[in-house]
Write a protein that binds this ligand. Structure first.
Ligand code: MG
Length: 168
């Protein structure tokens, strides 16, 4: 029996938090008194997901595709990075089987926003991937008051993806 064509990808991102910034997570604006400091909109979920997708197909990382030294990406909505990466993955002959997200965040409680983030990610990815109902998972946890994340000074996200080769 032929082994199915499978690829796994892992992504991680973090950003400092500061007052007066919109707080974007997975394409959703979360109401908070702080937001991520970044060249783009600082969406750690999308940045980690982009790195997971690019890593799974050996296509470098977010910094090589969308360098923060390039003014065209300044204050850019990160969903554009995700759309471009999804198109690249699909173009290389892979489908997205599932993705699993962990958001590390101390003071801002995500609660019902997790479901909004799931819906947002599904919607952004829909043009390229037919995702089963249970294929997008978003979890959140605190950092137990340890380090910058635990002191509420930063947000981080980890994402893992599984890709399957498309039959063509
Ligand atoms: Mg980032």
């Amino acid at each position: 029996m032929q082994t199915p064509k499978l690829r796994v990808g892992l992504g991680y991102d973090n950003h400092r938090l500061a007052p007066g910034r919109r707080f974007m997570l997975g394409g959703v604006e979360v109401p908070a008194e702080v937001g991520a400091e970044a060249h783009s909109d600082g969406d750690v979920v999308i940045h980690a997901l982009v790195d997971a997708l690019l890593g799974a197909v050996g296509a470098g990382d977010i910094g090589t595709h969308f360098p923060d030294t390039d003014p065209q990406w300044k204050d850019q909505a990160s969903r554009l990075f995700l759309e471009r990466s999804a198109e690249l993955v699909r173009g290389k002959g892979y489908n997205l089987a599932n993705l699993d997200v962990v958001i590390l965040l101390e003071k801002v409680k995500l609660g019902e926003h997790k479901a909004r983030i799931v819906s947002s990610l599904r919607a952004i990815l829909a043009p390229w991937f037919e995702l089963p109902e249970d294929a997008v998972s978003v979890k959140a946890k605190t950092h137990e008051r340890c380090d910058a994340v635990g002191e509420g000074k930063a947000v981080a996200a980890q994402v893992v993806v599984l890709l399957t080769g498309t039959a063509d």
